[in-house]
Design a protein around this ligand. Structure first.
Ligand SMILES: Nc1ncnc2c1ncn2[C@@H]1O[C@H](COP(=O)(O)OP(=O)(O)OP(=O)(O)O)[C@@H](O)[C@H]1O
Ligand SMILES: [Mg+2]
Length: 434
């Protein structure tokens, strides 16, 4: 096989997924094989148990290799969790070539300048994404290559991950017998797989609801405008069902998958469903609407928390095309209805865009595969991934830069916990009355 082999590896809180593909061109991949394995080595999206995570990684990759009949190479893995943070930083370079036009080398110099800044001791830069370019202090240009000017300035969106979290991912992959060749912020990967170019241009909010964490991203004007990770996702909903219906976790998960809705307005028929008792506790019957109230309270809380953060960051006005929901949590019936109620914008489910894939893609065309498939795709605006392996040459004294803004920690703690607890106690008392 002459084409390059690339492997996407999504280390998730419930599942590790591996996809091996042959690169046909920059944006098109032939899926050769895939594999998944249960995983319990993560806490809120971050690797905490290296040994058990390594075992899951090994099982998922081995299954993919068996199907693909090739070795997994060029492993690109994702990183998520509240350790991620982002910062905005501007810098510029002087254009000194004889033609006085912007070259690839100038873009690389901009990038290498940012890379040389130590924003925080314990953080490692993952991506340097341009938000905007400005030439000669005048107008903004989206594609600066070839533009005649004497000075090129960039507004950059810099994504960082904690060095400890990155180290744990690399260590777990190594322990599984493989090597990480590239690491990407998970939400950027999912966005590459599910968002349409027109949505990225007009303005879109993407929400990837996993098991341990929810990754949120806004694209507008073909540039990233906001990213944040919230430590609330599908598993928290399951634990609420477990706690308030007094069932074991597996039963709570089944109830959610089989009968759960995100909002009462999506319920087709409010049937009575059986809830299996534990030990001496007898089985009972509850209406689907009661299960839905438990689910809705937590998912609505998550959406409201996201909405508050968007308002605080003053980016709500950027989501003109609406909302795309992906990740395993997108399977929850009525999830788009609830999102529309909370955010007041149209919502759709995000599936991996089939124009990028061929081969064994059919069975992966699901929202829980957005992230692993997106890891195969290039991140267009990322200069760190379009180099041909050549290190940019740095010219001393060539740069001046403005001060970076304060880093934004990508977590958000629940402040409305007590309100939420009150509501759940109400539901619990309704259940106890049955
Ligand atoms: N049919 C369904 N209805 C409701 N929820 C579902 C359904 N199918 C899967 N989920 C939920 O999706 C979540 C798993 O999503 P996903 O596979 O994207 O997570 P992950 O990648 O393992 O975790 P993370 O990205 O948070 O580390 C689980 O909480 C699961 O309950
Ligand atoms: Mg995930």
């Amino acid at each position: 096989m002459k084409n390059e082999i690339i492997t996407g590896l999504d280390i998730g809180s419930t599942k590790v997924r591996a996809v091996i593909a042959e690169k046909i061109d920059r944006n098109r991949f032939k899926i050769l094989g895939s594999g998944e394995a249960d995983c319990d080595g993560l806490l809120k999206g971050e690797v905490s148990n290296i040994i058990s995570t390594a075992e899951s990684i090994k099982n998922a990759i081995k299954a993919a290799e068996a199907e693909a009949e090739v070795e997994a190479t060029n492993i690109v893995t994702g990183i998520s969790g509240e350790n991620l943070s982002s910062i905005r930083s501007r810098n510029y370079v002087s254009i000194t070539n004889d033609e006085q036009v912007v070259t690839v080398d100038d873009l690389r110099r901009l990038k290498s300048d940012i890379q040389s800044i130590s924003f925080s001791k314990d953080m490692t830069i993952l991506h340097i994404l341009h938000e905007e370019f400005f030439v000669d202090r005048q107008g903004s240009v989206s594609k600066p290559l070839g533009v005649a000017c004497s000075r090129l300035e960039a507004a950059n969106y810099v994504v960082m991950g904690s060095s400890g979290a990155i180290h744990n991912i690399r260590k777990a992959v190594k322990k599984a017998g493989y090597e990480v060749s590239d690491l990407k912020m998970q939400s950027l990967a999912s966005a590459s797989a599910v968002l349409e170019p027109a949505e990225k241009d007009l303005g879109i909010l993407m929400i990837d609801i996993g098991s341990g964490c929810t990754d949120v991203l806004i694209y507008q004007g073909n540039a990233i405008r906001f990213s944040r990770v919230f430590g609330i996702a599908g598993n928290r909903v399951t634990l609420d069902i477990k706690e308030f219906l007094s069932v074991i976790e597996e039963e709570a998960e089944l109830l959610k998958l089989d009968y759960g809705y995100a909002t009462e307005s999506a319920i087709i028929k409010d049937d009575l469903i059986t809830v299996k008792g534990v030990g001496p506790r007898p089985s009972t019957k509850i209406p689907v609407s009661l299960l839905t109230q438990i689910i809705k309270s937590r998912v609505a809380e998550l959406f409201k928390m996201i909405n508050n953060e968007l308002e605080k960051a003053d980016v709500k006005n950027k989501i003109r095309a609406g909302i795309v929901i992906t990740g395993g949590g997108a399977w929850l019936k009525g999830i788009t209805d609830l999102a529309e109620q909370v955010f007041g914008a149209p919502a759709r489910i995000g599936l991996p865009d089939e124009s990028h894939f061929e081969g064994e893609f059919g069975k992966l065309n699901k929202p829980d595969y957005s992230s692993v498939l997106g890891l195969l795709l290039p991140i267009e605006e990322d200069f760190s991934s379009d180099d041909e392996g050549e290190e940019p040459k740095k010219k001393k004294g060539f740069f001046t830069r403005n001060k970076a803004e304060k880093p934004v920690k990508q977590d958000s703690k629940t402040k409305s916990r007590s309100k939420f607890k009150d509501f759940l106690s109400q539901i619990k008392s309704q259940f106890d009355d049955l």
